[in-house]
Design a protein around this ligand. Structure first.
Ligand SMILES: Cc1cc2nc3c(=O)[nH]c(=O)nc-3n(C[C@H](O)[C@H](O)[C@H](O)COP(=O)(O)OP(=O)(O)OC[C@H]3O[C@@H](n4cnc5c(N)ncnc54)[C@H](O)[C@@H]3O)c2cc1C
Length: 377
């Protein structure tokens, strides 16, 4: 297996890092969404990284996309903004591109790739979190389309999104049948709830989204009618990969910050890095980054071969998130009281990181999945 990067990949990576450092690390937007930054990313071309050229995309491989989004996490100190971009690309636009009918692709993709429309995904409900399939939102069929009723909770990009991939029950059988729909914010009966205050990732606004007799034309079914459960599985596979790839880059950035700190900060007349208890923390960060990257390359390869990576993405999500949180927690300890202050950013990194053991399916649920999948290996 060849692990070397091509010249083009190296160049694209360097250009991405330069672009991000020059445009996206504005402190005033670390805790609030910036439409100007969104526009800049769209103009740089990243939104359509794996989308075909006919829709304005770059048609890059999944491996190249992984390399670029790892670099994105490394260069971009605004983790909330990275989350906005990834929600748009991988669990909204990408689903239309891969599983949508021609009509949906023609209607939405160019606008999403150019950044004129922002995407989001709406699965979770107040009473249906980990047990997403117990959802209550329902879409009743008539001659022309569907009438959607229900409330979706914790929707990332909710307050800024124009296009929602919404999952709802379409047959009340046992088990229930679910269908995915492409719903525009402008459809009658769509209401965006108030922004939900969060501990971190604040550059990514979150809200409830309410559907009250919302009429959806029949052409806006995504994938097959009553086959939403399968589509949900695909969606989560993409999410558990590409939303966690940037975290590897973040770990690298934090590790470098920590290495620099332990080499310059002196206590008891020696640099604090001379204490094994601290240098080992940094060694553990390095091990986690390397192990995460190996898994990243494997999953990107599976995706480029058109193969499923259901168990692999669960393992990846679990491993990366646990180590991302540990890295931030250890960084706080390494920086001492300075890490606890607003000045050093480490406290924000930790607040941002903590959510990743919850979104995309909690880590407990990943362990359930991994254990269950053992019987298929
Ligand atoms: C920052 C953030 C962004 C999000 N963005 C979106 C979004 O864009 N779209 C969307 O639809 N949703 C989104 N979510 C919601 C997310 O998917 C849910 O929070 C998640 O699936 C867990 O559901 P819950 O919060 O209701 O927790 P619960 O399901 O109530 O779980 C509570 C606890 O119980 C544990 N638990 C539950 N069942 C089991 C079990 N069978 N075995 C072991 N442990 C179990 C869980 O692991 C967890 O620790 C987001 C959440 C966060 C934090």
């Amino acid at each position: 297996m060849d692990f070397s990067m091509s010249q083009e990949q190296n160049m694209f990576k360097r250009e991405t890092i330069d672009f991000i450092r020059n445009n996206l690390n504005l402190e005033e937007f670390y805790e609030k969404y910036s439409p100007e930054m969104w526009q800049k990313v769209a103009e740089f071309g990243l939104l359509g990284i794996t989308i075909g050229e006919e829709y304005g995309g770059l048609n890059e491989s999944y491996l190249t996309a992984a390399i670029i989004f790892e670099a994105f996490g490394y260069a971009c100190k605004n983790n909330g903004f990275t989350f906005v971009i990834n929600n748009h690309i991988w669990v909204s636009q990408n689903l239309i591109y891969l599983y949508g009918a021609r009509f949906l692709k023609d209607k939405y993709l160019k606008l999403m790739v150019s950044g004129e429309r922002i995407g989001a995904i709406a699965i979770t409900e107040v009473e249906a979190g980990s047990d997403a399939l117990s959802m209550h939102a329902r879409a009743e069929k008539d001659d022309q389309g569907y009438v959607l009723n229900g409330n979706k909770m914790f929707i990332s990009n909710g307050p800024i999104a124009d296009i929602f991939i919404v999952f709802a029950v379409t047959e009340h059988s046992q088990p229930k049948k679910i269908t995915a729909f492409v719903v525009e914010r402008e459809f009658k009966g769509v209401k965006i709830g108030k922004e939900i205050g969060k501990m971190g990732l604040n550059a990514c606004p979150t809200s409830e989204v309410i559907f009250n007799n919302c009429y959806i034309p029949k052409e806006n079914v995504l994938g097959q009618y009553n086959q939403g459960e399968l589509l949900l599985t695909y969606a989560l596979e993409w999410e558990r990969f590409y939303e966690f790839v940037p975290h590897i880059g973040v770990m690298q950035r934090i590790m470098e910050q920590c290495s620099e700190h332990v080499r310059t900060r002196k206590q008891f007349g020696i640099i604090i890095g001379d204490n094994q208890s601290l240098s080992h923390k940094i060694a553990e960060m390095k091990v986690a980054i390397e192990m995460s990257k190996q898994m990243m390359y494997k999953i990107a390869w599976l995706k480029d071969c058109g193969k499923t990576a259901f168990t692999e993405t669960s393992i990846f999500k679990l491993y990366v998130s646990e180590n991302y949180i540990k890295t931030c927690r250890d960084a706080l300890q390494i920086f001492g009281a300075y890490g606890y202050t607003k000045e050093y950013d480490i406290e924000r990194e930790l607040r941002d990181a903590l959510a990743c053991s919850i979104y995309s399916g909690t880590n407990e649920m990943q362990k359930n999945t991994i254990y269950k999948m053992l019987s298929f290996i």
